[in-house]
Design a protein around this ligand. Structure first.
Ligand code: BES
Ligand code: ZN
Ligand code: ZN
Length: 512
């Protein structure tokens, strides 16, 4: 476990093994270059030389280690590029911290200090740096038979600031909670589907949400789901031998306040069912519970952050499998709110799981709802792997989410919920089909389907399918499941005043 702390002594007195220096593209463009020069001078201008020879240019995520060979107490100075100081954002530093954390691992450093005094508003980057350190050094090793255990790991990471402050100390703590929650979500999603069935998630949740945690856990098993009328959810689950569960987590610290609701798609494996998926990349569908993973990990963060806000969270956990008992195209299922759905494609199962989960939180009196789901492949077609989609029935709420995402760095892009999309979902036999014919506006029709189950409650739907998985490692991004959604969810729960460094408002709203 790494200890995080603030260092206020002059940087040259440090005995940390590594000094990490964030460096801009133009040397000398820092607001305060004194600490940089003190290191550069001690190293016989080695850092200046790197710039002069263009060995290091300061562009984002560039990294270069200079061995001090006894010229400093520290054995290595790690230069990390941050681009232009004028356009510095927490996201740039999250990535820089990710790159640096892997360099520290490579160099077997057990202690390090970040030199922040050269940056504008130094203390404002602390939370992002802690988050990036956790995320960048993440590795999923649970299934390896041998892991390098001799490595000591990073024991201490300090942040050199001109002065200590309660804000900086709080940033260390919340950065750690958020970073670890992202990694928790990644591990849940990375765990193979045979090792993470709905029952395994239930056991995990029982362990996390004990009485002392402040979050109560209610388990809706198949029998209870049947009595509640959750026909859509049970329809998906009927093809699997694994028992399905809806898990309801309640965190209600404020008397008489309607809760906000967090809803997650938790399909622990999506084979497509009878409308089976092609085999290429089907294994990625172990991550089809990434929405649930984000919600569960956020609730773990809630037990630590203890916000003054009532929250009800629900995750629908099931497999989607083909079998003799599986639901089939042409089946008609009835949702908890009485709406009937003709199944036209058993691979459009996420919206069925969520349909009943949304009905549940509406019945519980949620004042606002957010759902997270790896809902449509079309989301990647629309946005690539650089943003998730947001759709909603209340523009003010959508705008709040867009605002949160500029702060947390988890990009969202709004897609519409035009009335006409409901025509795409017309059925000859039931109230709705679960999947429209053809391939038009796949993410929007998915959202439109969900809207039928929120009964007008202000709601946003985050289709995170595009961001579920990273195909390579860079910055804080580590190849594998992304843990997307946690940072935005925590930002939403804490509210704008408590989120990390505020940035320029979204240009959508016309502010500069
Ligand atoms: N889980 C998938 C969507 C998905 C695809 C997530 C790729 C992450 C990566 C979802 O259940 C699905 O199969 N959706 C269908 C919907 C269609 C049948 C209307 C899709 O996207 O093809
Ligand atoms: Zn599917
Ligand atoms: Zn799915």
């Amino acid at each position: 476990m790494t200890q995080f702390s603030i260092l206020t002594q002059p940087i040259l007195t440090t005995t940390a093994e590594a000094i990490i220096v964030p460096l801009p593209v133009s040397k000398g463009s820092f607001p305060n270059s004194k600490p940089f020069h003190s290191i550069d001078d001690a190293l016989g201008k080695a850092l200046t030389d790197l710039y002069n020879r263009k060995i290091f240019t300061g562009k984002k995520n560039e990294i270069h280690a200079v061995h001090t060979l006894g010229k400093l107490n520290s054995r290595v100075v790690i230069c990390v590029g941050v681009g232009e100081t004028k356009t510095l954002t927490p996201e740039v530093l999250r990535h820089a911290a990710g790159v640096a954390s892997r360099k520290l691992q490579e160099l077997r450093a057990t202690s390090a200090v970040w030199l922040l005094e050269t940056l504008p508003t130094p203390e404002k980057w602390v939370q992002a740096l802690v988050e990036g350190t956790f995320m960048g050094s993440y590795e999923y090793t649970d299934c390896r038979s041998s892991v390098e255990t001799t490595r000591e790991g990073l024991k201490s990471l300090e942040f050199a600031l001109p002065k200590a402050s309660t804000a900086a100390t709080a940033a260390l703590r919340s950065g750690g909670i958020v970073g670890q929650a992202v990694n928790t979500a990644r591990t849940l999603a990375n765990t193979p589907a045979n090792l993470l069935t709905p029952t395994h998630v239930l056991d995990w949740a029982k362990d996390q949400f004990k009485k002392s945690s402040g979050v109560t856990l209610e388990v809706i098993d198949a029998k209870k789901a049947k009595s509640l009328g959750m026909g859509l959810f049970l329809g998906v689950a009927q093809g699997s031998v694994e028992p399905p569960y809806m898990l309801v987590m309640r965190y209600l610290p404020v008397k008489g306040q309607k809760p906000v609701a967090l809803v997650g798609k938790g399909v622990t494996f999506d084979s497509g069912g009878i409308s089976i998926k092609p085999s290429a990349k089907m294994s990625d569908m172990k991550g089809d519970m990434s929405g649930a993973a984000a919600v569960l990990a956020t609730m773990v963060a809630v037990t630590q952050l203890k916000p003054k806000k009532n929250i009800i969270a629900i995750v629908g956990l099931t497999e989607n499998m083909p079998s003799g008992t599986a639901y089939r195209p042409s089946d008609v299922l009835t949702a908890m709110n009485g709406k009937t759905v003709e199944i036209t494609n058993t691979d459009a199962e996420g919206r069925l799981v969520l349909g009943d989960a949304l009905c549940y939180v509406v019945k519980e009196g949620a004042k606002e709802i957010v759902d997270l789901a790896t809902l449509t492949g079309a989301c990647s077609v629309a946005l690539g792997d650089v943003a998730a989609a947001i759709l909603g029935n209340d523009q003010a709420l959508v705008d709040r989410w867009l605002d949160i995402s500029t702060t947390t760095g988890e990009r969202l892009w709004q897609l519409p919920l035009y009335e006409e999309y409901l025509d795409y979902l017309k059925s000859d036999t039931a109230d709705l089909v679960n999947a429209s014919e053809g391939r038009l506006a796949g993410t929007c029709t998915g959202g439109k389907f969900l809207e039928q189950f929120v009964n007008g409650t202000p709601w946003v739907h985050l289709d995170i399918a595009s961001m579920m998985h990273y195909s390579s490692t860079s910055g804080y991004v580590v190849k594998g499941m992304s843990g997307v959604g946690v940072r935005n969810l925590v930002g939403y729960i804490l509210g704008p005043a408590n989120a990390v460094v505020r940035q320029k408002k979204s240009t959508r709203k016309g502010t500069k």
